[in-house]
Design a protein around this ligand. Sequence first.
Ligand SMILES: [Zn+2]
Ligand SMILES: [Zn+2]
Length: 395
Amino acid sequence: MDTANDLIVLRPEGLYCPPGNFYIDPWRPVERAIITHAHADHARLGHAKYLTAETGIGVLRSRLPGIDAQGLAYGAHLVIEGVDVSLHPAGHVLGSAQVRVEHGGRVWVASGDYKVEPDPTCARFEPVRCDTFITESTFGLPIYRWDPAAEIFGGIDAWWRHNAAQGRASVLFCYSFGKAQRVLAGVDRAIGPIFCHGAVEPLNRAYREAGVDLPATRFVGDIAARDKAEFKGALIVAPPSAAGSTWMRRFGDYSDAFASGWMRVRGSRRRRNVDRGFVLSDHADWPGLQSAIRATGAQRVIVTHGYIEPLVRWLTEQGLDAGSFSTEYGDDAIEADIQSDNQINNPSDIQANIKAEIEANIEANTETNIQGNNQADSQTDAPSDTTIAPARSAP
Ligand SMILES: [Zn+2]
Ligand SMILES: [Zn+2]
């Protein structure tokens, strides 16, 4: 294949568009960065100019104060040095976008992170036709299949209602940006009061300012530590780093749970040491990746992060020209560990957790194979440490 005219190439700084002279989600400082969404591994400090989806500009500024950022409405076109650039909903978190670039009769789309199922807190994923599609693969293994969101929220509501009836607080751990707001929008707000951790509240504010309907929430820190009764029957939304910390003491009697796609893997809940695990992800599952990729009509697909190898193999089997870029994007679990309040989780803990997740994935993958109901092949399908979670430093 002649790659000399590729519209997006890999450079040490990140994904680069040579004719347009701009980067997409670069991990090193550059002049002009187009940002797919404001998660820490995709949106970093240090670039001279930022361009992102109009609806995501509030969250981006709240996470990276003081940056020179411009918003572009979904579907609007901007010509950068002769390259036609437009942003299209990725359905991942508020303001998340796929970047479409067109030049010299070629069309490339870089997805950032995405999910295909509807989410009331962000615009729905929109398939964009292209010649080459650059995709994530965070949950690119056949074991990852999500239940409908309504079912998952039914489970969360039932857990919260039961705890409330027992006079207990319900503490739900989830990533502060994106997942927390999706949880807030999805639960039955009639069950009881809702409180949020200090890492979650500023993002709630940015979502409300962008017009997303969230229930009323209160900041946990506004309640005096001795007023445990305030939390009886309440739902408390907090980042995973709060688990097991002294911050939890104020809730008196509580049940805790973790909401994440990683909860699909046996052992994750036990390792997190929580009472319940809810499998709720903001990434495409295995069938979602397949349908999203097919819908682009792309003949060439480049995988950036997550389970790269299994997805590349599947794409090749479909007769597509498939490859990968070695990027510094992580998964949202690492994001959560980094963004959270400077407590717990030193890098070696994170590495240990990741190793445990990988081992659990291998185990789960192998077990499902024995049952013979999916396409994964064998233990050799398991990605290496570097493909699942490239080591990277906090921005
Ligand atoms: Zn993300
Ligand atoms: Zn990502």
